[in-house]
Design a protein around this ligand. Structure first.
Ligand code: NAP
Length: 490
């Protein structure tokens, strides 16, 4: 019989190591704050290298037994975990909204999205098949079997505090790996709540371990994992700069690495597109989570023949968005995560205006609501010389670039080191074929702004990283292939 928790009961303030909630070994704590008003939500364990080491000790000790469990036994635990997440949808959504700031409806959406990965990998656990290879010599049999890679370290960002860690833990456990995890400084509480529910669902002690840390101590803690040869895999979602650092540092012990990194998504609207559908698609993909998503369109390219109409329609829709704290029931855009994030958005908008952009709506901070609020913004006359063209703004800002022809916009869309998501709208079937092949991105939305699904392979190319999360390919990152060669059979 599992317990039901209310939101406050889901809040944990310690690390979870070896099946127990324990304080940081130094006793240090840091404050988790509500981004809407800066109020302290909880003071929690501030871990460093010794805590990371203790988590690895527990995960390494639990590995031999866990990797020997039957796939259907692991699937049953994951299904129970999924059921508990769904049962606590409202409580988890409240926690997400409180520490991350997104409106409650989006918090609920995130719970459903993250839970879907747990359900998906519960099923995938039972399909880790190998191959009997075609016979090459009489009396000799060759086969390929898949094995869990070992202890996995999962490091996650603040923008989707539940979904990002769920879609790492679920495939790792399904594959038979054990896990050590560290969520972002800004949003550790949701991750701890998820781990609490996993424990309730029957994940054995030591199989799943989580430490929380402030930024500086967190770097020290993760460094311990990077250099520990018992940790065989790093799975990371976050910025490209940190992803490169993790890949470099983990090379000393040649770990397998999956990196879901930053993007600079183009969103292209051709003259022959369904304009209403394009605006609706952009609203969904650009303004979800206040623009703080890795697949958020960062550069909106509109063909000259529709540019003015598109800009008018979009500006009207954006001006009508309701901004407010998650506690406001009709809020559609919450606060940005912290002061650094708002400063970056303001810097991008100021730079664009200085270089000739025209503000159609928004364009400013909203101090009356709180220090971290920024008005949803549409900028016309954007150009390639602006900061917001080169860097991910990670906020509710849609800059509109005008283009004339297809090749010009493909060249512009690809003129970035990143390659995560891309989107285009057209009703020309031949253009769909050409453009979807030409775009340098791991994900292409064609007449569609909502591209995320547990059934699809999520991930990037170029400096947006490598590895795929979700789908039938998602388990591969947590498995290694062993070749068995059996002779003397004839
Ligand atoms: P970030 O600064 O790279 O942080 C991500 C995680 O890494 C956090 O847990 C962070 O801890 C930790 N971290 C930071 N510096 C570290 C270091 N030197 N060593 C070890 N760990 C370190 O990224 P963010 O600002 O939180 O997230 C936004 C970025 O994530 C954006 O670029 C976005 O596009 C990307 N993202 C990508 C995807 C995807 O699937 N491709 C999904 C979501 C977000 P602290 O929080 O304590 O600093």
């Amino acid at each position: 019989m599992t317990r039901k928790f209310d939101t406050d009961q889901l809040v944990r303030t310690e690390n979870f190591i070896g099946g127990r909630w324990v304080p940081a070994s130094s006793g240090a704590r840091f404050a988790v704050v509500d981004p809407a008003d800066g109020a302290c939500i909880a003071e929690i364990a501030d871990s460093a290298a010794a805590d990371a080491r203790a988590a690895t000790d527990a995960a390494a000790a639990a590995l031999p037994a866990w990797r020997e469990t039957l796939p259907k036994e692991r699937a049953a635990i994951l299904r129970r975990w999924h059921a508990l997440i769904v049962e606590h949808e409202a409580q988890l959504a409240a926690l997400i909204s409180r520490e991350q700031g997104k409106p409650l409806a989006e918090g609920r959406g995130e719970v459903a999205y993250g839970a879907a990965y747990v359900a998906w990998f519960a099923e995938e656990a039972t399909r880790i098949d190998g191959d009997l290879l075609a016979q090459q010599q009489r009396g000799k049999r060759m086969s390929a079997v898949k094995e869990p890679i070992g202890v996995v370290a999962a490091i996650t960002p603040w923008n989707f505090p539940l979904a990002m860690i769920a879609r790492k833990i679920a495939p790792a456990l399904a594959a038979g790996c054990t896990v050590v995890g560290k969520p972002a400084e800004d949003t550790p509480l949701t991750a701890s709540a998820l781990v609490l529910l996993a424990h309730e669902a029957g994940v054995p002690a030591g199989v799943l371990n989580l430490i929380t840390a402030s930024r500086d101590r967190g770097i020290e803690a993760v460094a311990d994992w990077l250099h520990d040869s018992r940790v065989r895999k790093i799975t990371f979602t976050g910025s490209t700069a940190v992803g490169k650092y993790l890949a470099r540092e983990s090379a000393g012990t040649l770990k397998k690495v999956s990196l879901e990194l930053g993007g600079n998504a183009p969103f292209i609207v051709f003259d022959d597109a369904d304009l209403e559908a394009a605006v609706t698609g952009l609203m969904a993909s650009k303004f979800r989570n206040g623009g703080q998503t890795c697949v958020s369109p960062n550069r909106v390219y509109v063909q000259a023949g529709t540019y003015e109409r598109f800009a008018d329609l979009l500006a009207q829709r954006v001006a009508a968005l309701k901004v407010g704290p998650a506690s406001q029931p009709d809020a559609q855009i919450g606060p940005m995560i912290n002061a650094r994030a708002v400063d970056k958005i303001a810097r991008h908008v100021d730079d664009a205006v200085t270089r000739g952009a025209r503000v159609l709506t928004g364009g400013k901070r909203l101090p009356g609501l709180g220090p971290n609020f920024f008005a949803p913004t549409v900028l016309a006359q954007a150009n390639a010389g602006m900061l917001l063209c080169a860097e991910e703004t990670f906020g509710p800002v849609a800059p509109l670039f005008r283009f004339e022809d297809e090749q010009e916009v493909i060249d512009a869309a690809n003129a970035t080191p990143y390659g995560l998501a891309s989107y285009f709208y057209t009703n020309d079937i031949k253009r769909i074929e050409r453009v979807s092949r030409a775009l340098e991105a791991g994900i292409v939305g064609i007449n569609e702004g909502a591209i995320s699904s547990e059934a699809a392979p999520f991930g990037g190319i170029k400096e947006s990283g490598y590895g795929r999360e979700g789908s039938k390919y998602g388990l591969d990152d947590y498995l290694s292939i062993k070749y068995l060669c059996q002779g003397n059979l004839a």
